[in-house]
Design a protein around this ligand. Structure first.
Ligand code: SF4
Ligand code: SF4
Ligand code: SF4
Length: 294
């Protein structure tokens, strides 16, 4: 099996969102106003999270910059929020219908939409809260790694469009080497928190990230964990006939829905300029990092 990877170098990303647009164009995904346009939330991130029509977003984390430095009034940290293409994908393990599978030609986790029965178990299992659904009879929609492009010698659409070369695509070992080189460069420049993500997390990801300011500002979970139930189901699959398996999985997973990792759902209060975590009610940020701008 081929072992390819996307390298996202956050320190090169200008947050132009060209990759978001390219993903939509190549995959024929709409951009309906109600899902993708919002009033100002204190952040330039848009939309606020993945949705059934959006497989990739550039996440924004705006914080106050170094006041002593004229050029650093705002510290921008951009993240690439999409499928991480796990080497041992929990989504594929738990899927009772075989709609998710590892693509031999890339090592990425691809989707056969016609097989999806809309149970949403993959959403519960995913350590990165990635799968989303569209349509009246919900069908999964997530990044596939553009296998049809790769099979024809092209790079994924998002990579192809990136002007500052913040996105690269190739042999995973080569991407890891490039990423390590870049982290060393950033640390030498004084960015002490710069770190590489994806080499060892969850036995290795096929999206490697150069996180300039450390993991959290770039939207990366520090210690991602697979829901243990997904692994149990994977072990049980060979001994359970598919139909019976689906029922067993259905009964058991219904107790677990919502247990898996979820990104915080944030709301911005325009009056107080506070960003609030809707689940816990706590204020996670005040202002948008631009206070003090003239
Ligand atoms: S196209 Fe490249 S520079 Fe633009 S937002 Fe995407 S990764 Fe960043
Ligand atoms: S990030 Fe989530 S959706 Fe993507 S391969 Fe891993 S488990 Fe599956
Ligand atoms: S690899 Fe293809 S499907 Fe995945 S985010 Fe990039 S353009 Fe979208």
């Amino acid at each position: 099996m081929a072992d390819l990877a996307i390298l996202f170098d956050a320190s090169r990303c200008s947050a132009c969102k060209g990759c978001q647009v390219a993903c939509k164009c190549w995959n024929g995904l709409p951009s309906p106003t109600e899902k993708n346009v919002q009033s100002f939330t204190g952040s330039y991130q848009s939309p606020l999270d993945l949705n059934g029509d959006t497989r990739l977003i550039i996440s924004f984390d705006e914080a106050a910059g170094d006041p002593d430095t004229q050029w650093n009034r705002v510290r921008w940290a951009f993240g690439r929020r999409s499928c991480q293409h796990c080497s041992n994908p929990a989504c594929a393990s738990i899927c009772p219908s075989g709609a998710l599978s590892v693509e031999e030609s890339t090592g990425f986790v691809t989707v056969t939409e016609d097989k999806c029965i809309g149970c949403k178990y993959c959403s519960t299992a995913c350590p990165f809260d990635v799968p989303r659904y569209h349509g009246k009879k919900p069908k999964i929609n997530k990044c596939t790694g553009c296998p049809e492009r790769v099979a024809n010698g092209r790079t994924p659409a998002c990579v192809q469009t990136c002007q500052p070369e913040a996105l690269k695509f190739g042999d995973r070992e080569e991407m890891l080497a490039l990423g390590k080189e870049r982290v060393a460069y950033l640390q030498a420049k004084g960015f002490k928190d710069a770190v590489l993500y994806g080499e060892n997390e969850l036995d290795g990801l096929h999206v490697i990230t150069v996180a300039k300011y450390g993991l959290t500002p770039h939207g990366l979970p520090v210690d991602p964990q697979i829901n243990p139930f997904a692994e149990l189901v994977d072990i049980a699959k060979p001994v359970i006939a598919l139909a019976a398996g689906a029922t067993v999985v259905g009964l058991a997973t219904s107790f677990l829905t919502g247990v898996g990792y979820k990104q915080p759902q944030l709301r911005y209060d325009v009056t107080t300029k506070e960003t609030i975590d809707e689940t816990t009610g706590t204020v996670v940020k005040v202002g948008n990092g631009q206070e003090g701008e003239e």
